[in-house]
Design a protein around this ligand. Sequence first.
Ligand SMILES: NC(=O)N[C@H]1NC(=O)NC1=O
Length: 174
Amino acid sequence: MDIDAVNALPYEDFVDVFGNVVEKCPIVAAAVWSTRPFASLNALEAAVSEFIDALPESGKEGILRCHPDLAGRDLQRGTLTRESRGEQAQAGLDALEPAEMSRMARLNGEYKERFGFPFVICARMCDKANILQQLSERCRNERAAERARGVEEVKKIGRLRLQGLVLTGSPDKL
Ligand SMILES: NC(=O)N[C@H]1NC(=O)NC1=O
C-alpha cells in the first residue's frame, strides 16, 4: 500500500487497517486520520507520536495499560491480538522454560505493583534473555521515567507495525 492509497482511505477503513498500531487503542488511528494527507510513512509515524505526546500523563498510562503482559495471561489463554502474538513469539516468549515463566510472572507482578501499569517493551527488538534483564532493571526506575520509557517502547512497537502494514501491505485488512 503506498502513501497515496493510505491517504485515500475513508476513516472507517483507516481505523480497520491501522486501529491496532497502538495496541487496543483504535482512538489513535481515528484521531490521526484527521491530519491527512501524510507526505510519507514517516509523516504518518510522526502523527502517531505527536498524538501520544500530546496526551496528559493519565492518557499515556492508559495506553500502557492497554498492553498485555509479556508471556502473561493472554498468551496462555490464546487471547492476544494477532500483532502481539506474533511479536511475543518472535522474542521466544511462547516457549519459555518453566523457571523463565515464573521469573517473568514474578517480575511483571512486581513492576505492576510498583508503577500501576504494565512493563512494556518492543519485543521484536529483543530476545527473552534481554527482556528479562530489562524487566528486572527497569523495576528499579522512578515512576515518571518508567512511564516515559514505556511510551517510547509503544512508539517503537507502533513503528514496526506501521511498516509491516504499509511496506509489506496487508491484503486481508482491506
Ligand atoms: N507488555 C508488552 O510490552 N507488550 C507488547 N510488547 C510488544 O512488542 N508487543 C506487545 O504486546
